[in-house]
Design a protein around this ligand. Structure first.
Ligand SMILES: [Zn+2]
Length: 82
């Protein structure tokens, strides 16, 4: 099993805020949420860099995207599109 791509959520110190969105590195879904107690996570102590993917249940550091084009390419790669 390969490790998910580590694409840390680095935000530039200057300039306008960038509208970024997370995606699941396993299934490519954008339906992720920050873990809560319902996910067995104690927010104060657990690593909040990890999100939970709703469709596949993966708890991971999501891949962040700033534009739809990059996300589309990622999605094609995840699903093995040719
Ligand atoms: Zn997923």
């Amino acid at each position: 099993m390969t490790r998910p791509v580590r694409n840390h959520h680095a935000r530039p110190a200057h300039g306008p805020p960038v509208a970024e969105f997370p995606a699941c590195p396993r299934c490519g879904s954008r339906d992720l949420h920050i873990p809560t107690l319902a996910d067995g996570v104690v927010p104060e102590t657990d690593n909040l860099a990890e999100w939970v993917c709703d469709p596949c249940g993966l708890r991971t550091t999501p891949v962040w995207f700033e534009d739809e084009e990059a996300y589309g390419e990622f999605l094609a790669a995840v699903h093995g599109a040719t």
